[in-house]
Design a protein. Structure first.
Length: 275
């Protein structure tokens, strides 16, 4: 496995790949099985799989956890190696953001004026900046993102479409732990009391899943079913929307999703259900 720490190293590695198909998995490290499932999908579908590990400062707000975001590079590299990753890109902030006054990207209003976008000012602009830089440097054919970050996935798809980028964006299913809590690098912030509270989120998802199997299609009823399970938590949002993130009355298969975000102590947890 190649460990590429500079843009020059990445470029010469990339030039050596010639006609190979390249899969790319961007991450912020603190890797878990969710990340590994993206890597595994990339390995299945490409000759070469490149993973980036970079805690991107431009997507964190001033009062967010950038400095204490979990970092464990040695363990991450070991996991990448075991998973058969071809190369890991570990750029420095200085090299990735050489100018303090650079071209920035503004995501579309309708996808950012709600949910994570309205609660985390500038977050998606920072995500698009770093992802576009990676796309331009790595030039992947396929890039893998988790459905867990549903709004992010939809905004990245929109960027690729609007800017005519020749990259397939592949959304991958949410990986969960043995208690069905969605895996997240931030789960390590949860002590056992907080973790037990967090299990109300997968209960809400299970309730919704059952209701849908029972042919429930009314979006408001589905939200109520989820909220009933979340009643002891600080819920930021729990809404059924379409793929433009607009509220809907009736769910449609493959065209609707339930988005959930809750706060437990100082940790925000996201989950969702794609109908
Ligand atoms: P992060 O390191 O948190 O930026 O996540 C890197 C990628 O892994 C993103 O595309 C996430 O959506 C994805 N991801 C994070 N958690 C999960 C999970 N539990 N299941 C599937 N994908 C995930």
């Amino acid at each position: 496995m190649f460990i590429l720490k500079t843009i020059d190293e990445l470029k010469s590695y990339r030039n050596s790949l010639e006609n190979k198909t390249i899969g790319f998995v961007p991450t912020m490290g603190a890797l878990h099985k969710g990340h590994l499932s993206l890597i595994s999908k990339s390995k299945e579908q490409n000759d070469v799989s490149i993973v980036s590990i970079f805690v991107n400062p431009t997507q964190f707000g001033e009062n967010e956890d950038f400095s204490k975001y979990p970092r464990n590079i040695n363990k991450d590299l070991e996991l990448c190696k075991i998973s058969g990753v071809s190369a890991v890109f570990l750029p420095s902030t200085e090299e990735l953001y050489p100018s303090s006054d650079e071209v920035i990207l503004i995501p579309p209003k309708n996808l950012t004026n709600k949910f994570e976008g309205s609660l985390r000012d500038g977050h998606f602009s920072g995500v698009l900046r770093v992802v576009l830089k990676f796309f331009n440097l790595i030039k992947p054919h396929n890039a893998y993102f988790g459905k867990k970050d549903a709004q992010q996935l939809l905004i990245i798809k929109k960027m690729v479409n609007d800017l005519f980028l020749d990259i397939n964006i592949i959304g991958c299913p949410i990986l969960r732990d043995s208690n069905n809590l969605a895996l997240s690098s931030r789960n390590i912030y949860l002590d056992s009391t907080a973790y037990n509270k967090a299990l109300q989120i997968p209960k809400a998802i299970e309730g919704v899943s059952k209701a849908v199997l029972g042919k429930e299609i009314n979006a408001r009823v589905i939200e109520k079913i989820a909220l009933k399970e979340l009643k002891e938590l600080d819920v930021d949002y729990c809404n059924v929307v379409d793929l433009n993130l607009d509220s809907i009355e009736v769910i449609k298969e493959k065209e609707s999703l339930l988005l959930i975000a809750v706060r437990i102590d100082n940790t925000r947890l996201l989950d969702n259900f794609w109908f």
